[in-house]
Design a protein around this ligand. Structure first.
Ligand code: C2E
Ligand code: CA
Ligand code: CA
Length: 591
């Protein structure tokens, strides 16, 4: 076993004066260091050391026997480490960690060896000793600073997400905690108008008021310029989280008095529950997402996964759609159907519109599926049929004649399956004294697929009223050619998916050609949907498509603008000599 003998009787200076070179070297070193060597007989010895070395190994205690300490060290792993290094200076480890004492008295050391030039044929090395407590303390301080907001002294975002993560990774605690984020609204305006000193003061007052409202074990952090976060334990699940948010909301309701001014702040509060194993950052982002929603909702909002939000929205749309139908809050918009050859408007498609007082416009692609699922589509379909017929009759009245226009109304397959469609259509025509030829019913292929027998009957009844039948979104469904041939369909509406792709994609153009050929063979007319450019309109006209519809001509507009659009187009066609006489002109002359 290698052995570090105790240094010879302690010299007054504590430095072995024997080797001057070593002495100078050691005195120049700012760290605790000693020169070690292996003597010819194989024993390890300390040749020289600096005062720091002694101070370090004795912990600054002059009463400790450093010789005993060194002897003990040399007998243990330290001796082995030094020995190995001296024997194989190129390959042996040159660093080792060492711990002395226990508990708060624990001292950590890092031992490093560096080779020294050979001296009298002995292996030699420089042993340096760094006590790490100082260094660790400095690191901790730095970390504290990194984890702290310098203005409020609160933990910052990094510390906050670390704390969230620590709890989320503990199965015993994760589920019982929530994160609350408060976004101080209009804070930047206060900062700009009153100066950053007042802004800082506000943040500090705000923080201290929040601190006052915390329960034991809660953590408050400043997580952004105008954002604070609270990590708190729940006594009773999600409802407790909302109650906590309301408490915080009340807490910040009272104005803050700063520089003799009363300042009211408003905060959006978002909440997220912790989930075992979830990432701290992720939970934090959930809470941020909830803050965004809280701004829109104007009340504290708990984060829910997207599916839950979608389901809730669907549910509330259903309730509110029912109410909107009862209160007649839906509208129809009319999109012109244009004869591609002449540019004349021959009709309009009626499209349902819903302007929700709080949520703004909700599109039919969102509320029609909800209406279909809930059965509200029956009322909606009846309403649309009646409203469209009424509009057309009002146009006739306004122009003083039956206009050469027809209206297309969309009917859901569900209506075909469950309602008496022909009675409904008949009722609307009669109520507004319109001929059936003024109406086109648009159905999708799904209306046939579900119950072909019933569909056949309904289609024939509609034809019996002289109304027209259009197959909507043609090309996207699964109707068989046999039915197409057998059913009294007047018009195929080519789905906009194919029209949009036509100019760039050879498949789309082949499909459009095929549908046009098929329609021609079956004696049906065609309308191309989704025409957004002049180029598409002319290409389709060249291919033999009779009608088109799309943003290039016009979006769906309200009844008044739709009629004006028709009139303007008629006058233009007349001026340009594309038609001989216009009913609009004729009507006006007759007045
Ligand atoms: P749809 O019957 O295929 O109606 C055409 C849709 O394409 C309309 O969307 C229209 O605004 C849109 N559109 C027209 N031209 C263009 C264009 O150039 N580019 C693009 N990107 N879109 C264009 P909208 O109004 O959002 O209606 C969506 C769907 O909702 C309708 O598709 C229809 O299936 C359904 N819908 C609308 N109103 C009713 C209704 O009263 N009853 C029923 N059952 N369904 C309706
Ligand atoms: Ca349609
Ligand atoms: Ca369509």
């Amino acid at each position: 076993m290698p052995h570090v003998p105790a240094p010879a009787a302690p010299p007054a200076s504590l430095v072995d004066p024997g080797v001057t070179g070593d002495h100078e070297l050691l005195c120049a070193l700012p760290i605790a260091a000693a020169v070690v060597s292996r003597t010819a007989d194989g024993t390890l010895g300390l040749d020289a050391w600096n005062p720091r070395f002694v101070e370090t190994i004795t912990g600054g205690n002059p009463h400790l026997d450093r010789c005993a300490i060194l002897r003990a060290a040399a007998d243990g792993p330290i001796g082995a480490f030094i020995d190995r290094f001296l024997e194989h200076p190129g390959t042996a480890p040159d660093e080792m960690e060492r711990q002395d004492g226990s508990g708060v008295r624990t001292r950590y050391f890092r031992l490093k060896m560096a080779p020294l030039p050979d001296h009298e044929g002995r292996g030699r090395g420089l042993l340096s000793l760094v006590e790490e407590t100082q260094e660790r303390r400095a690191q901790q301080h730095l970390k504290d600073q990194m984890l702290q907001c310098s203005l409020t002294g609160l933990p910052n975002r990094l510390a906050f997400t670390d704390a969230i993560e620590a709890i989320a990774s503990d199965p015993a605690r994760a589920e019982g905690y929530a994160v609350l984020l408060i976004d101080l609204l209009r804070f930047s305006r206060i900062n700009q108008s009153m100066g950053s000193v007042v802004g800082d003061e506000l943040l500090i007052s705000f923080a201290s008021r929040l601190v006052g409202g915390l329960r034991e074990g809660d953590m408050l952090a400043r997580v952004g310029g105008n954002e604070f976060g609270i990590l708190f334990s729940l006594k009773g699940g999600a409802s407790d989280a909302i109650a906590a948010a309301e408490r915080v909301a009340r807490l910040i309701e009272e104005p803050f008095t700063l520089s003799d001014l009363d300042i009211r702040v408003d905060g959006a509060i978002g909440l997220a529950l912790l989930d075992f194993g979830e990432d701290g950052e992720e939970i934090f982002r959930h809470a941020q997402f909830a803050v965004k929603q809280a701004k829109a909702n104007r009340r504290p909002t708990l984060y829910e996964p997207e599916q839950a939000i979608a389901a809730r929205r669907r549910f509330s749309i259903e309730t509110e759609l029912r109410r909107a139908l009862e209160r007649d809050e839906l509208d129809l918009a009319y999109q012109p159907l244009v004869e591609l050859e002449t540019g004349r408007v021959t009709g309009f498609e009626a499209l349902a519109r819903w302007h929700h007082p709080d949520r703004g416009n909700i599109g039919p692609s969102e509320f029609i599926p909800v209406a279909e699922e809930s059965g509200l589509i029956l009322d909606l379909g009846r309403w649309a049929m009646d409203r469209a017929a009424r509009t057309l009759a009002s146009w006739d009245d306004a122009e003083g004649d039956a206009l050469p226009l027809s209206l297309s109304v969309n009917l859901s397959a569900i209506q075909v399956a469950r309602d008496d469609v022909s009675a409904m259509v008949d009722g609307a025509l009669r109520a507004h004294r319109l001929g059936g030829e003024r109406l086109t019913i648009e159905l999708t292929e799904s209306a046939i697929v579900q119950d072909p027998m019933r569909a056949t009957r309904v289609f024939e009844q509609i034809k019996g009223l002289d109304a027209n039948l259009a197959m909507d979104d043609f090309g996207t469904g699964y109707s068989s050619l046999a039915y197409l041939q057998r059913l009294p369909i007047d018009l195929l509406k080519i789905d906009q998916r194919f029209i949009k792709g036509m100019l760039s994609d050879a498949d789309s153009i082949a499909i459009v050609r095929a549908i046009l050929g098929l329609a021609h063979a079956l004696g049906m007319k065609t309308t191309a949907e989704g025409i957004e450019s002049c180029e598409l309109a002319t290409t389709l006209a060249t291919l033999g498509c009779a009608h088109g519809q799309g943003f290039y001509f016009s979006r769906a507009v309200d009844a008044r603008r739709a009629l004006a659009f028709w009139r303007a187009r008629e006058e233009m066609a007349l001026r340009e000599g594309r038609i001989d006489s216009s009913p609009a002109r004729r009507v006006r002359h007759g007045r």
